[in-house]
Design a protein around this ligand. Structure first.
Ligand code: 6R9
Length: 660
């Protein structure tokens, strides 16, 4: 990347020291970096001691046949036992594991570790009775209800790898995943609550079962939780109610330790093209990686903290930092079923106030939405319990970081910007809140025990002040083991590019600042080439959002005869920036174009700025730039099935054709 394109974010000079008290009592101190670097395997072996093993491992890492790693070889461990039973056995059975908050007001359940143990054992017994054996895959298609956590842990307990499919995905998406991992059982619900209304799930399952059958996969049993009470079609030979087969089971079930490398789950993520990739995670290393990073990055004090990760369980963040990491660490956490604006736009802050949440973990897209709604909404609630804030999913632009820190964190709470992927399983690059000072917009550096670098096309490390490709240089415990059923695609996608060096290619652009700290620039496929200059979408988006009237921005490179690609920006304004009719003046569009030119340089000035009411996002909060590119290049909009709200593209098209 050229120096010019890197200069904008490098001009961000605000710095925040760790609060003194947090630093003094931090779980992890500076020395951990050196200790881990001097003997990485010994460091991870030490972290593995935080878990209860059936049999200890003989070898920490087997990397004899890269890129196929084995961690804690010869060890045996049960993930559900570690997440639940051992806390009960240690006398903490009465501690609340989940403060579950349903979307309808007043619909809440507090579930202790002892109750969770009973529920998981009953569900494990029910799965066995339904004919699920160790090694069988189970698909889970559920809303954010306690049974989802119970179902995942029940699968883990009996050694049946789960594949959780986000409840908003289509019947097609579900069918493809069920067929790919050959699941014979699906766990679902009649429906769930979203935006104040019940939304059905079971019809999509019925459809998916048919579609999977036509791909050669027979689904034998569908286990259905009654959540909304809505009418459902029923197949007596196949469908069973959760309350009929789970509730009456014995609450006794002995957890057998599984091999450390026993598959724990498959999580599908979309590639840019082709069928989704089934990321395989196994048991021992994954639990070590997630529990250590949850404890270190969030400076977790399990005795006193109340933790809340807003991610959906259908996303890897929901797996690693709502289920396995936090429960392995025995913390009390909030799980919320619904959307942030139901029934009012202060719902999240109301929940923080009610439960005294101390650690809060969410995504930049949510933060920017709250900025758009206005600071007066969170100001109505007592957020003084919050001591630490986390961000994940996308680069967090400095303006959102500052707003988050000031408005939610009372200008006190450190913000940890955590970079990782479905594939990495665990957080890889992040500040440590008691050690690292915060730079708004930077994920800072690789955690202890993790190797990361920014390299050029040949795999050579770039000097400080330059950009390139993010790579991971050493194997790590929670790393993906392969793509389900496709070792060759696993090699090709992640390892082929830097095979000679043995690096994992993350697919992200990044740069090192003058201190060597890392700034993430988004997927490399989001890098534009305008007149031979490489421009990062993140950087231009960040410049746009730094304008006081902009709430959110997405930038794409659209084909352009002259410049190769041209910068096209889609912008959501803050509510105060439109007049009563929603109209926006041409002057403002010019002002925004000039603002980008001033912030980054004339080369980055958008050819076109389109003011839109919403942006198309996936369920995990990532902007689907591919669709915006279709709009910018005047094509029919492609596949919208993975959008969180499939009507968004209609809203955008209508706004654009009506001339704004
Ligand atoms: C956990 C998760 C992975 C991709 C990743 C990168 C982007 C995630 C980020 C970030 C900048 C961060 N990403 N966290 N970019 N800063 N803190 O999001 O997993 O859904 O697999 O996405 O998300 O581009 O490559 P996943």
């Amino acid at each position: 990347m050229t120096d010019q394109t890197l200069s904008n974010l490098l001009h961000e000079e605000r710095r925040f020291e760790p609060p003194a008290e947090l630093a003094a009592n931090a779980n992890v101190k500076e020395e951990a970096y050196d200790r881990a670097a001097s003997d990485r395997e010994a460091f991870w072996a030490e972290q593995a001691e935080r878990l209860d093993w059936g049999q200890k491992w003989d070898r920490v890492l087997d990397w004899d046949d890269p890129p196929f790693a084995k961690w804690f070889v010869g060890g045996t461990i049960n993930a559900a036992y570690n997440c639940v039973d051992r806390h009960v056995e240690a006398g903490r059975g009465d501690k609340v594991a989940l403060h579950w908050v349903g979307e309808p007001e007043g619909d809440t359940r507090d579930i202790t570790y002892a109750q969770l143990q009973d529920d998981v054992c009953r569900a494990a017994n029910a799965l066995l009775e339904l004919g699920v054996s160790k090694g069988d895959r189970v698909a889970i298609y559920l809303p954010m209800i306690p049974e989802t956590v119970v179902a995942m842990l029940a699968c883990a307990r009996i050694g049946a790898p789960h594949t959780v499919v986000f409840g908003g995905f289509s019947a097609d998406a579900l069918a493809n995943r069920v067929a790919d991992c050959e699941a014979r059982v699906i766990i679902t619900a009649d429906g769930g609550y979203r935006r104040g209304a019940p939304s059905a799930l079971k019809p999509a399952v019925d459809e998916a079962v048919g579609k999977a059958a036509s791909q050669g996969q027979r689904v034998e049993k569908v286990l259905v939780v009654r959540r909304t009470g809505q009418e459902v079609a029923w197949d007596d030979t196949r469908d069973v109610w959760w309350h009929d087969v789970v509730d009456g089971q014995s609450a006794e079930h002995t957890a057998e330790p599984h091999d450390s490398e026993h598959p724990l789950y498959v999580m599908y993520t979309s590639g840019t093209t082709g069928k989704p990739k089934g990321i395989l995670h196994t048991t021992g290393g994954y639990l070590v990686g997630t529990s250590y990073t949850h404890w270190s990055v969030f400076d977790l004090k399990p005795e006193t903290d109340v933790y809340w990760c807003t991610a959906d369980v259908g996303w890897v963040t929901g797996h690693s930092y709502m289920v396995y990491g936090p429960l392995a660490n025995g913390v009390t956490q909030v799980v919320y079923e619904g959307t942030p604006d139901s029934p009012h736009k202060g719902r999240w802050w109301e929940i923080i106030e009610k439960y005294g949440v101390t650690i809060f973990y969410t995504a930049p897209t949510a933060i920017r939405t709250f900025m758009k709604w206005g600071s007066d909404i969170p100001a109505k609630f007592d957020l003084s319990s919050v001591r630490l804030l986390g961000s994940v999913g996308e680069p967090i632009n400095p303006e959102a970081y500052i707003w988050y820190r000031e408005t939610i964190g009372a200008s006190q709470a450190p913000v940890v910007d955590t970079w990782w992927q479905t594939e990495t399983g665990q957080i890889m690059i992040s500040p440590l809140p008691g050690v690292t000072h915060g730079k708004p917009g930077s994920a800072m550096k690789a955690l202890p025990g993790v190797g990361a670098d920014v390299v050029d096309d040949d795999g050579n490390a770039v000097p400080n002040g330059s950009g390139g490709y993010l790579v991971l240089t050493e194997p790590w415990p929670a790393m993906l083991r392969t793509l389900w059923g496709d070792d060759q695609r696993f090699r090709d996608t992640y390892w082929a590019r830097y095979q000679a060096k043995g690096f994992y290619f993350a697919g992200d652009g990044a740069k090192k600042d003058e201190d060597g700290d890392l700034w993430m620039l988004g997927r490399v496929d989001d890098v534009m080439n305008v007149s031979g200059h490489r421009l990062s979408t993140t950087e231009i988006e960040s410049a746009l959002v730094s304008h006081p009237r902009v709430a959110e921005a997405a930038v794409v490179g659209a084909a352009d005869e002259t410049t190769g690609q041209a910068v096209c920006a889609f912008v959501i304004l803050r509510e105060s920036a439109t007049d009563d009719t929603g109209a926006v003046s041409e002057d403002l569009v010019q002002e925004l174009r000039n603002h980008v030119a001033k912030e980054i340089g004339a080369i980055a000035k958008p050819r076109q700025i389109m003011i839109v009411p919403e942006l198309p996002k996936t369920r995990s909060g990532k902007i689907m730039r591919r669709l915006l590119k279709d709009v910018a290049e005047h094509r029919d909009v492609g596949d919208v099935t993975t959008l969180a709200d499939s009507t968004v593209m209609d809203l955008i098209s209508n706004r654009l054709t009506s001339g704004q």
